[in-house]
Ligand binder design. Structure first.
Ligand code: HMG
Length: 390
């Protein structure tokens, strides 16, 4: 039985900020952000969008052409959760009118939670081939203003229906893993912004990559050259380029010329360069960016996927793109969504960044901004109120 991706939805906020403008404000050479880090824009969520509304927008698109009555679980992966107890999945379950027989849960292990959700879904489908699982990875990557992490901020959500009808991509459950208790990036419950030991986090990412690769290669007998394309967790796009070259040098079995490496990752970097880090969704936005690239013919090609979640967990696995994959991807909608965003000026960016929900339970009604089909209307009696915008 084949299992994998039947549909994909993607959403990123409708406001963005140009990293050249940020560089000018921070007194940094713009080329550092554009080329050194590899980011052109960051997506900026307004106060009436959070991981639930972004996730609901992505999920709405993912279930548009799928028999939603067959969805029997919603797995919500995030590290920007809105409640310590209630899962984001259950809000989205209501917003999308999913069946009451559907299971709902939220998962966390930094950016690796999306892939833990995928692997869990594949296991559930193996036990019940009729099942369709809605996996949503939604996050706001938020660092302090004027910190080294700031240019790697971003936001958005990706949603996939995983099932035994993987018309986009068959996923192989066999994977390699590396876990270790490290403090490279974390966010204590009392903080809004992530704390990070940036350079150390890059070293741990690369260690997790090579160790997870070795475990994967052992369990699948595949070599580097068995893979046509590689999608990495992208905290910023240069990380994907660095990771690919590092893996090539350390896997020890490639006969490829080094000059062929960029073609194996370039198409996966396009969307992230415009949105910034999506944490749990990042590796899958890389995959979508690759699949929707007009320059790629991917039918039958094996794509490697590496997810890295700080703290840390690395997971390496792969899948094969299916023959008619293109017809199931709303590539033009995604292009339009990213092209029609409103660009913020610096003052607007700082103001949007600094507007926060009250933390003392006082009532709050959020100003209306450009959003997708769902928005956070406010907070009343400690309860978040979500509404449809149409
Ligand atoms: P930094 O220290 O400001 O930057 O922070 P840098 O000095 O390392 O420079 C970055 C690159 O720009 C360097 O290239 C410079 O040479 C180059 P490299 O040496 O790496 O090849 N550069 C220039 N290039 C062109 N023209 C110039 C120029 N100047 C310099 N004029 C850092 C960078 C990524 C550390 C920072 O942004 C940060 O801390 N970000 C957040 C943490 C992060 O993204 N870590 C990545 C690995 S951990 C991860 O992926 C997990 C995560 O997603 C969270 C989760 O799992 O939940 C973060």
């Amino acid at each position: 039985m084949k299992t994998g991706i039947e549909s994909i939805g993607f959403y990123s906020p409708q406001y963005c900020f140009d990293l050249r403008k940020l560089a000018a404000e921070r007194g940094v050479d713009g080329d550092k952000y554009i080329h050194g880090i590899g980011q052109s824009y960051m997506a900026v969520p307004p106060i009436d969008e959070d991981v639930v509304t972004m996730g609901a927008n992505a999920a709405r698109e993912a279930i548009e052409k799928v028999d939603a009555s067959a969805i029997d679980a919603v797995i919500f992966a995030t590290e920007s959760g809105v409640d310590q107890s209630k899962s984001g999945a259950v809000y989205i379950h209501r917003l999308l009118n999913l069946p009451s027989t559907c299971k709902v849960v939220e998962m966390k292990q930094a950016c690796a939670a999306g892939t833990m959700g995928v692997l869990s879904a594949l296991g559930m489908i193996a036990l019940n081939p009729k099942s369709k699982i809605l996996l949503i990875a939604s996050d706001i990557a938020r660092y302090g203003l004027n910190t080294a992490g700031e240019p790697t901020s971003g936001a958005g959500a990706i949603a996939m229906v995983l099932s035994a009808n993987p018309v986009i991509m068959e996923l192989d459950y066999r994977h390699g893993t590396y876990a270790a208790d490290v403090m490279d990036f974390w966010r204590p419950n009392y903080m809004d912004e992530a704390l990070v030991d940036g350079k150390y986090s890059i070293r741990v990412y690369l260690k997790a990559l090579t160790e997870a690769w070795k475990d994967y290669a052992r369990s699948t007998d595949r070599t580097f050259d068995d893979h046509d394309r590689f999608c990495y967790h992208l905290p910023f796009t240069r990380m994907g380029i660095k990771a690919h070259s590092y893996l090539y040098k350390h896997c020890g079995d490639s006969v490829l010329d080094e000059a062929s490496l960029p073609a194996q990752v370039d198409a996966s970097l396009r969307y992230n360069r415009l949105t910034g880090n999506l944490y749990t969704g990042s590796a899958y936005v890389a995959l979508l960016s690759l699949l929707e690239s007009p320059d790629e013919q991917l039918a039958g090609k094996r794509v490697a996927l590496f997810s890295y979640g700080s703290g840390c967990l690395g997971i390496f696995y792969s899948g094969v793109v299916q023959a008619d994959y293109r017809q199931y991807l709303p590539a033009n909608q995604h292009k339009t969504m990213l092209e029609q965003r409103s660009e913020l000026g610096y003052e607007q960016y700082v103001s949007m960044y600094s507007t926060r929900l009250p933390i003392d339970g006082s009532e709050f009604m959020a100003n209306k901004h450009r959003t997708g089909h769902y928005r956070l209307a406010g907070v009343c009696a400690h309860k978040r109120i979500y509404e449809s915008t149409n």
